[in-house]
Ligand binder design. Structure first.
Ligand code: FES
Ligand SMILES: [Fe+2]
Length: 340
């Protein structure tokens, strides 16, 4: 295993939890981007994600902090902090400390996920987290699909960019996922922070068929490096979300979600069971990728085949905008990687 030479503090939206893990009144602990963080849900349902330590004397708010209406109360001396991270009450003083603030993160809850905006320079979000239904602008919604199925793996030595590069990597499908022939890309659009990749692919038939005759495929939307959503066509209707979030300098948490489409009028128990089975199959295929990513060493510059050059160059160029130094890693880290 190898530490990624790419920065593990990229900018963008990243999944830190699922919404149903944080009930009203709950305080949820987590660690991402090298920071101890908490997520807490106020009585109104509003979710706040902030750094975990109280600005008073440093208690960890995830160990005994309590939600009081719309604010969070520290277990140590009872100071209260609001959803903007501001101190609003010191119980034994007339007024709060207006100067101190706990760092909070912009949050969206979407497709049952909790996404935070991370930017080490504190810039506001400059793109939207993708939605596995709305972003495809096809009128679809969660109601058209069976319940979300999930995979959650923690602490893999991998970088979010590995997962996105999968989206331009036509040659791996045959070897990692056992497709009979290579898919072909029909769209590579890397003009904006939200990028689009479409490809024609089949998992059926033998290697005698021509990709030009295949009538099934996948559309993918990448919202920065942290979240990618996909939609299938011409095959069992499925949507997926992959979300990779750096935990520290070496490891990331991997979340993957799949929805299988309902067939109106055919919603038997048997159909639901088949959908669940198919969802598990999609998850199994994603695990095949994880098995590679979790042990791979980022290759830079890679030894690309002629036919791979354009896709990989485009996605790596696009990825640079999300790195603090605009280079995807420190010069030292890149050198160290080269020397290995
Ligand atoms: S450390 Fe939080 S109130 Fe004192
Ligand atoms: Fe893959």
């Amino acid at each position: 295993m190898a530490k990624p030479p790419l920065s593990m503090t990229p900018t963008g939206w990243f999944q830190v939890a699922w919404s149903d893990e944080i009930a009203v009144g709950a305080v949820h602990r987590m660690k991402y981007f090298g920071q101890e963080m908490i997520a807490w849900r106020a009585d109104s349902g509003q979710l706040t994600v902030m750094n975990a330590y109280c600005e008073h004397l440093g208690a960890h708010l995830g160990f005994g902090g309590s939600v009081v209406g719309e604010v969070l109360q520290c277990p140590f001396h009872g100071w209260q902090w609001n959803q903007q991270g501001r101190n609003v009450c010191i119980p034994y003083e007339d007024r709060p400390n207006r100067g101190r603030r706990i760092t909070t993160y912009p949050v969206v809850e979407r497709n049952s996920s909790v996404y935070i905006w991370h930017d080490i320079d504190g810039r506001e979000p400059f793109f939207d987290a993708p939605d596995v239904f709305a972003s495809f602008e096809d009128g679809s919604s969660e109601a058209d699909y069976y319940p979300q199925q999930r995979l959650f793996e923690q602490g893999h030595e991998m970088h979010p960019q590995y997962v996105l590069e999968n989206g331009v990597d036509f040659a791996h499908f045959k070897y990692v996922h056992g497709t009979p022939i290579n898919p072909i890309f029909t769209r590579h659009d890397f003009d904006e922070p939200v990028s689009y990749v479409d490809f024609t692919i089949t998992f059926e038939g033998d290697d005698g068929q021509r990709i030009e005759d295949v009538s099934s495929g996948v559309e993918a939307i990448n919202g920065g490096l942290g979240i990618a959503v996909t939609k299938s066509w011409g095959m069992i209707d499925n949507r997926t979300i992959s979300a990779i979030t750096p935990v520290d300098d070496c490891t990331s948490d991997v979340r993957f979600m799949v929805y299988i489409g309902r067939t109106p009028g055919k919603e038997t128990e048997r159909a639901a069971a088949r959908a669940e089975e198919f969802g598990l199959e999609v998850i199994r295929q994603f695990r095949q990728d994880i098995h590679i990513w979790a042990h791979q060493r980022y290759s830079d510059p890679p030894a690309l085949a002629q036919s791979e050059y354009q896709g990989f160059t485009a996605i790596r160029q696009w990825a640079l905008q999300f790195y603090p130094d605009g280079k995807g890693g420190s010069a030292a880290a890149l050198k160290a990687a080269e020397a290995r």
